[in-house]
Design a protein around this ligand. Structure first.
Ligand code: PHE
Length: 353
């Protein structure tokens, strides 16, 4: 019996030392198992009390139970202390300072200058009563050439360096194929513009293999070259400033007759051709005029390709024009090299917010 009492006292001291030394509540859980668990020495003592001589059962039982209670209450008490320290530590570690600014906002993107310019052009022409339509970039030779008065082997096909996909499919070299496409599906009157990508086998400071055009087509009764000129003048004044003038020079396109080239009065020299210091204006090369687009009256021959859609050349006339979007943007913003549009250098792109 003295042995048992001594051992219990030892166990109590061991347990108290271990509990006091514990640094975390999970360590305490381990100690609870070690000292009070089903297979612990103390539980063993309590379980085997029945095997002791009757005289020892009472004192050993009491001693074992009091050790048990003491260890239990120490575990509980110390557990509380550790848990509240752990909570404090977690609160400090996980603290979110809601007064701090958030992650730096990712910079807002902006529209590419070509897209901005395209939209401005669309706005101007929709304001004049035109609708915006589109056509395929991979185009039948028929629409790109044949239905524009350029049958196979016609020398005018050589005016545009073409990417052929197959014998009768090309990457469209201009937006003009959408003229006949539009007339096929819309009876007159028609007032449309056609923005989109076009492709030519061509590459230098003023030519890229892909660029953008906007086509214009108006077909109605009593349309004349004066209507074309009025529309172009209004467009030019909207995009380059109210004081601009235009002039039409005769030109040639297979699908317009007569054909013209439209020039805008130079916005660097005001049309004088010379700068303030008397030197030749490099923008207009001293001419006072800058070429901006090709145009003309729709060649009546084109109506023959859509005769079944009500395009009677005796009744309807029309004008068409086509301009390069990059060229308009370059002139307006002084961009020196067409290739800058497609290099994706943010230092360039970010200038056009
Ligand atoms: N499609 C011609 C070109 O790309 C431009 C144009 C369009 C000319 C419409 C006249 C009428 O050069």
């Amino acid at each position: 019996m003295p042995d048992a009492a001594e051992r219990l006292q030892q166990l109590r001291e061991e347990a108290e030392t271990a509990v006091r030394a514990a640094r975390s509540s999970s360590e305490l859980e381990d100690l609870r198992v070690r000292f009070l668990g089903r297979r612990s020495e103390l539980t063993g003592v309590l379980r085997s009390i029945g095997e002791l001589p009757a005289s020892e059962r009472g004192p050993v039982g009491q001693a074992a139970n009091s050790v048990r209670e003491a260890v239990e209450s120490l575990l509980t008490e110390h557990g509380r202390v550790l848990q509240s320290a752990e909570l404090d530590a977690r609160l400090v570690a996980d603290r979110v300072d809601v007064t701090l600014p958030g992650d730096p906002p990712s910079p807002n993107g902006r529209l590419h200058l070509v897209t901005q310019t395209r939209r401005e052009i669309e706005d101007i022409f929709t304001g004049l009563g035109f609708s915006v339509v589109e056509g395929p970039e991979i185009e039948l030779d028929y629409y790109n050439f044949t239905a524009l008065n350029m049958p196979p082997a016609h020398p005018a096909r050589a005016m545009q360096d073409t990417f052929y996909v197959s014998d009768d499919v090309v990457l469209r070299t201009h937006t003009s194929p959408v003229q006949v496409r539009t007339m096929e599906t819309h009876e007159p009157p028609v007032y449309v513009i056609v923005p989109g990508r076009v492709y030519r086998r061509d590459s230098d400071a003023t030519h890229t293999p892909m660029f953008h055009q906007v086509e214009g087509l108006a077909v109605d009764e009593d349309i004349t070259l004066a209507d074309l000129k009025g529309v172009l003048l209004e467009f030019v004044r909207e995009i380059f400033g109210r004081e601009r003038e235009i002039r039409l020079r005769s030109s040639y396109f297979p699908f317009t007759e007569p054909s013209v080239e439209c020039d805008v009065s130079c916005f660097a020299c005001g049309g004088a051709g010379t700068l303030r210091d008397g030197s030749r204006d490099p923008l207009c090369k001293g001419s006072g005029w800058i070429e901006i687009l090709g145009a003309g009256m729709v060649d009546p021959n084109l109506y023959g390709f859509v005769a079944d859609r009500g395009y009677d050349p005796e009744r309807v006339q029309g004008f068409a024009f086509g301009m390069g979007i990059e060229r308009i943007a370059m002139l307006r913003h002084g961009v020196p090299d067409l290739r800058m549009f497609f290099e994706n250098d943010l230092r360039f792109l970010e200038q056009f917010a």
